[in-house]
Design a protein around this ligand. Structure first.
Ligand SMILES: *Cc1c(COP(=O)(O)O)cnc(C)c1O
Length: 417
């Protein structure tokens, strides 16, 4: 692992950086801006002199309440919060270059409300790109993904008034069936679609399966239609690049234009830390020209957003450093392997991608009460589930899995499940 920006910093070093960043941000004690409807948190409610704040740079940021409205990797930004915006820029550059193999300063990005927002941002950019660059009509643009894709893509289609098409996956391997993909593309073309916005998964929510974006690219090229590919790495973005370092689902692949990551999943960051990263030259397609009162450009789906979230992501990345993070992922993968070995021994049918920490077990092996007791998540809450998944997180220890296995074994030895 060659890392240019990503390293480990001690708590003290982090505190120094964050303190300096907060100093650069506007200090409401020293300077009283008259025109902006922002302030630090209400001191009548959030007591600023609390002694524990001295030890907690993140909470101090929270109390100062920086607004990171807009995107800070291009153009100007609101000058009042330059200090913490710099930390957000650092996070985006670190993730683009060290995790996702982009060239230096070749990407833009921002910390969004979540994976949903980041995915919608991608669809919004490409829809406008096709309209502006190709004079496409809205009825000529469609979203394309697989049946295992997260429902936020359907949300994006609905919001942006685009049709969506979905390829089937193999029931066992969860990989896209190329004949089905080709048939969906041809069906769309017949309905007048000429431009495709692809959502390719870097780990699906239910299975942890990983799509090959080149399969989409090859099939669309063969059909001679224009396309843009977005990678949904909301679940897998902080795992797969680490567990499978030679993969090409990143900016080294010319087919990939943008990527979603979610720091509030595997990274255990506070909610509100989806991450959107896109090659330079694309963000401006969603510029809202009317946003004149905001300094710089408003080119993000959300307006005002908390700068504290950026600082939280920054802190997590620099607390672990690349090797610490690799160790954490390795531990989770070890547990996943352990579980799979137990399931194999009991002839229990499941799906698992070898580089990910999700195990989806066929529902026929899982009595409902067991799924409830262990908080397993079904693929459907409305119909009879076909699968129940286990996500091997930090708190899912082998001792607990052992208990689960004992009960599962006992249930599967009874005939009446
Ligand atoms: C969780 C998830 C999302 C949505 O992310 P939110 O942060 O909940 O908005 C999108 N795609 C995938 C693959 C996910 O796992």
């Amino acid at each position: 692992m060659e890392n240019k920006y990503w390293k480990k910093l001690s708590h003290k070093e982090q505190d120094t950086r964050i303190t300096a960043a907060l100093k650069i941000n506007i200090d409401y004690q020293e300077k009283l801006p008259l025109g902006i409807p922002v302030s630090k948190l209400d001191p009548n409610v959030f007591y600023e002199q609390a002694s524990f704040l001295n030890e907690a740079p993140l909470l101090r940021t929270y109390v100062q309440n920086p607004n990171h409205i807009g995107c800070h990797t291009l153009g100007n930004s609101e000058p009042f919060f330059n200090g913490t915006q710099e930390l957000e820029r650092e996070v985006i550059e670190l993730l683009s270059v060290d995790l996702l193999k982009a060239d230096d300063l070749s990407c833009d990005g921002y910390i969004a409300a979540g994976g949903t927002e980041a995915n919608i941002q991608a669809a919004w950019i490409y829809r406008n790109y096709f309209i502006e660059q190709f004079s496409a009509g809205i009825e000529e643009i469609a979203l394309l993904s697989s049946e295992d894709t997260h429902y936020s893509v359907t949300k994006a289609a609905n919001l942006l008034n685009l049709r969506s098409y979905s390829a089937d996956v193999n029931d066992e391997t969860r990989t896209i069936i190329e004949e089905s993909l080709d048939a969906e593309i041809k069906k769309a073309m017949k309905a007048g679609i000429k431009y495709f916005i692809v959502f390719s998964n870097m780990a699906t929510t239910m299975f942890g399966s990983v799509d090959d974006p080149d399969v989409y690219a090859a099939c669309l090229s063969k059909n001679e239609v224009a396309f843009k590919i977005h990678i949904d790495g909301a679940f897998g973005g902080f795992i797969y690049p680490v567990s499978c370092p030679d993969n090409t689902i990143n900016f080294s692949n010319p087919n990939v234009s943008s990527i979603t990551l979610d720091a509030h999943k595997m990274l255990q960051a506070p909610y509100g830390t989806g991450i959107f990263i896109v090659r330079k030259g694309l963000m401006h397609y969603v510029l809202t020209k009317e946003a004149r009162y905001v300094s710089g450009m408003d080119i993000t789906l959300s307006g005002s957003r908390s700068g504290t979230n950026a600082v939280a992501v920054w802190m997590i990345l620099f607390t672990y450093g690349p090797y610490g993070w690799y160790e954490k992922i390795s531990k989770l993968l070890y547990r996943t392997k352990w579980l799979c070995k137990q399931l194999d021994a009991e002839n229990i049918n499941y799906y698992r991608h070898p580089d990910l920490n999700i195990v989806a077990i066929r529902a026929k092996h899982i009595p409902h009460v067991l799924a409830e007791k262990y908080g397993m998540v079904p693929d459907s809450h409305t119909e009879n589930p076909e699968w129940y998944k286990i996500v091997l997180m930090d708190h899912v220890e082998v001792d607990y899995l052992m208990e689960f296995m004992e009960e599962l074994k006992a249930a599967n030895q009874r005939v009446d499940i």
